[in-house]
Design a binder for this molecule. Structure first.
Ligand code: ADP
Length: 273
């Protein structure tokens, strides 16, 4: 089984969820069975108690789970029905760990974020991915947030437990323009530095900008972030988010992901691709 972890840098609302869902859609088009997990690092157990004016509308899954709107994007992009298990929150994880602690399940051990919370996070991801070929895991929030630390640590452990080539890290960042119209890569550099400081090296970088990234911008990001130029992709503004999968396909994101994961759509009859 393959996993793609999607993190975001610089700021929220970048299009991390749409990038993750688009990657999943392209792999589905290539014939793979794809699912998604959304990690929400807030302390709420679920989105049901959140003010919709502040947080956006609550999305309800088929099992009645009240979750973040992003799960709706995954259901529509991937053509799947998700359940509560596909949304991991800090609240849900801690509640479970504390319940186990009260029940004496930890046999007198000191219960800690590492390993007890991180083990619970990894277990949830593996369970949600069961029976599929590829699982896309999006970490809500921005790298560097206190809240997302246990999740990023769990992903670091997860990647080292899986076989080489089974896990990819995609990092989505903002590429702003300077006053003279230049695409600036510094925020991306800083965000990748932050990611590396917690032991994560991105394999793929996606730059959200008003327009496509210039080849020089991609080259600069590649150099500073230690990835090949071919691993840097654009996610420019489009009038309709359903254009995003086609746009990233044009840049070859699907081929690059499949190559890196060592999977191929070649084996499938053409009409099924
Ligand atoms: P994040 O996961 O980074 O918080 P989302 O994927 O939820 O961001 O996207 C934030 C907002 O930006 C959403 O309203 C989404 O529809 C919009 N959006 C995402 N990508 C694009 C794009 N390429 N062009 C235009 N709007 C986009």
């Amino acid at each position: 089984r393959k996993f793609i972890f999607v993190t975001g840098g610089v700021m929220s609302g970048l299009g991390k969820g749409i990038t993750a869902a688009s990657t999943g859609r392209l792999l589905k088009n290539a014939g793979f069975d794809v699912t998604a997990v959304k990690i929400d690092p807030y302390l709420n157990v679920d989105a049901g108690t959140m003010n919709p004016y502040e947080h956006g509308e609550v999305y309800v899954l088929k099992d009645g789970a009240e979750v973040d709107l992003d799960l709706g994007n995954y259901e529509r992009f991937l053509g799947i029905d998700m359940t509560a298990d596909h949304n991991i929150t800090t609240g849900k994880t801690y509640q479970h760990v504390i319940q186990k602690e009260r029940a004496g399940d930890y046999l007198g051990k000191t219960v800690q974020i590492i390993p007890h919370v991180t083990e619970d996070i990894k277990r949830r991801i593996r369970e949600a991915a069961e029976g599929t070929d590829v699982c896309i895991v999006e970490v809500g929030g921005t790298v560097g947030d206190i809240e997302s630390m246990p999740f990023l640590e769990a992903l670091r452990q997860f990647a080292s437990e899986e076989e080489d080539g089974d896990v990819l890290f995609t990092h989505v960042t903002l590429v702003p323009y300077s006053k003279n119209g230049e695409q600036k890569t510094k925020p991306t550099q800083h965000s990748v530095k932050e990611l590396r400081s917690i032991g994560l090296q991105p394999d793929i970088l996606v730059g959200r900008a008003d327009d496509k990234l210039e080849p020089e911008t991609k080259h600069k990001i590649a150099q500073f972030c230690d990835v090949p130029d071919a691993a840097v992709f654009s996610n420019p503004d489009v009038p309709d988010i359903y254009h995003v999968p086609l746009m990233v396909e044009e840049e070859g994101l699907d081929d690059y992901v499949m190559e890196r994961l060592g999977i191929s759509d070649e084996a499938l009859p053409k009409e099924e691709r």
